[in-house]
Design a binder for this molecule. Structure first.
Ligand code: TXA
Ligand code: MG
Length: 311
């Protein structure tokens, strides 16, 4: 184990905050069994205390100790998708304090695949509460540099594991009720979950206030951003000229000063998405125009984030 990971585990044991890589986005970690550490975490994020946080574990056996009821559907899903970019919502066990569940009777559990996250979780031993390592409502970080820019002195140590491979947050599926419900789409699609479960997975319009990823304007750049259907992009540019920054599939248009071209394939797009939005935000344009991606299922995670990032 690296000396830095050992130091990170010690910081967590003392109630400190550690930024660490996962395959989805960077997390801001705190000891999930310490009310004081989690309170510090919420303070650093400027996040309301009634929002639940995902708790991360090295493996499924340790994770399930925090659930009082592990349905067969949960076991099926984790056999396929853990470690990986999937979060399960289950009924909580007494191990899960109210300070990580936002006072709810359920707990969000995830076993990330990133080797540095795995190393940290093994060194620490327990559960690590970790929301994305950004201030509340801002874009999630996909590099260690993003975490340092966002949180500065409020984080004790940031582990650098390179750019996040998935690029958007984990898929969240709620298994605490009678039917599985998709709360947040991600790289793992509702269809992929349904195939393993052999049942339909209901897609909830994520508008519950208890689920901060479900707030309408979230994952948002500071510059006003608009989603534009491909056939309207030309006309929008004609109206606004050089004052816009554009995120598009097509080649740069010479009327626009700031243009980022994105992959036509959803996984490559997701991987670059947050860094691209940060870059466009930094371009100091009056607005950001984003060419809308296709309406097909593999784009569901990206469309969800773009819808929240735009007005
Ligand atoms: O990919 C990810 O999930 C990243 C990495 C760091 O693991 N984490 C992440 O955490 O995105 P956060 O806190 O930014 O978003 C977690 C979402 C929030 O919208 C939260 O409200 C929801 O999960 N959540 C957590 N526990 C929940 C629960 N018991 N019931 C409903 N929603 C829950
Ligand atoms: Mg977040």
């Amino acid at each position: 184990m690296s000396a830095e990971v050992r130091r990170a585990a010690e910081i967590l044991q003392r109630g400190g905050l550690v930024g660490f890589p996962t395959e989805t986005v960077y997390g801001l970690g705190a000891d999930a069994s310490s009310a004081a550490a989690v309170a510090r975490l919420y303070g650093a994020k400027r996040r309301p205390a009634d929002h639940p946080v995902i708790v991360h574990f090295a493996d499924a056996d340790t994770a399930f100790e925090w659930a009082r009821d592990v349905p067969p559907s949960a076991k099926k899903l984790v056999a396929h998708f853990w470690p990986g970019p999937l979060t399960l919502i289950l009924r909580k066990s007494p191990k899960a304090g109210n300070f990580v569940t936002g006072g709810q009777d359920t707990i969000g559990l995830r076993v990330p695949a990133h080797p540095v996250a795995q190393e940290l979780l093994r060194a620490f031993g327990g559960g690590i509460a970790a929301p994305s390592a950004n201030r509340f409502g801002q874009l999630s970080p996909t590099t260690a540099a993003h975490v340092r820019e966002d949180l500065g002195q409020d984080v004790d140590l940031v582990l650098d594991g390179g750019p996040s491979e998935v690029g958007i947050e984990s898929t969240i599926v709620d298994l605490s009720g009678s039917e599985p419900v998709l709360l947040r789409p991600g790289r793992i699609s509702a269809q992929a979950l349904a195939e393993i479960l052999g049942t339909k997975v209901e897609e909830k319009r994520a508008d519950s206030p208890r689920h901060s990823g479900g707030l309408e304007r979230h994952y948002a750049p500071k510059t006003p951003a608009r989603l534009v259907p491909p056939h309207q992009l030309d006309q929008e540019i004609a109206q606004r000229g050089a004052k816009v920054a554009v995120l598009a599939f097509s080649r740069p248009d010479e009327r626009v000063d700031y243009w980022l071209r994105m992959p036509r394939e959803s996984q490559g797009y997701a991987q670059k998405l947050y860094a691209a939005l940060r870059e466009l935000d930094g371009a100091r344009c009056e607005s950001i125009l984003i060419e809308a991606p296709p309406e097909t299922p593999e784009w569901a995670g990206v469309r969800d984030r773009l819808t929240r990032a735009t007005t």
